[in-house]
Design a binder for this molecule. Structure first.
Ligand code: FES
Length: 138
């Protein structure tokens, strides 16, 4: 069973920036698993990927929320420098060239960035929503 969850407001992520979220996902066996994702905003478009490099399985940001290359046009893994196309998640340069990041289904609903297709552990005290995003420097 899956639902739709509000991650944050669109405006919480500046355009042409990426931000990481650490979530808790319910897997097929009902176990709770930490699940890190990356959300990229480009104007009114949002794209999401699991924060896991296909090369060594580590998270891409070796400094918090530092996901983009120096040009700001591709995702970059901080460990060995693999570069990923923002729109497709495909590795275009580096040790895992040709492999891809796992996509995360996102949608925009009334200015909220929402995640679908998974079951997340929620904090019931927050009435079903995930904690609100903080406006951090990204
Ligand atoms: S772990 Fe990401 S490029 Fe090696």
């Amino acid at each position: 069973m899956s639902a739709t969850y509000v991650l944050c407001r669109l405006d919480d992520i500046p355009s042409r920036k990426a931000r990481g979220f650490q979530l808790l996902r319910v897997d097929d066996e009902g176990e709770h698993r930490p699940w890190g994702i990356i959300v990229i905003r480009w104007g009114r478009q949002v794209v999401g990927y699991v924060n896991r490099c296909p090369h060594n399985g580590v998270h891409l940001d070796w400094e918090r929320n530092q996901f983009l290359d120096p040009d700001g046009t591709r995702l970059m893994c901080g460990k060995h420098g693999a570069l990923f196309d923002l729109g497709t998640g495909l590795c275009v340069d580096g040790p895992c060239r040709g492999a891809g990041l796992e996509p995360v289904a996102l949608s925009l609903e009334e200015g909220d960035i929402c995640i679908t297709g998974v079951t997340l552990v929620e904090d019931e005290e927050l009435d079903g929503d995930l904690p609100p995003c903080e406006a951090e420097g990204v």
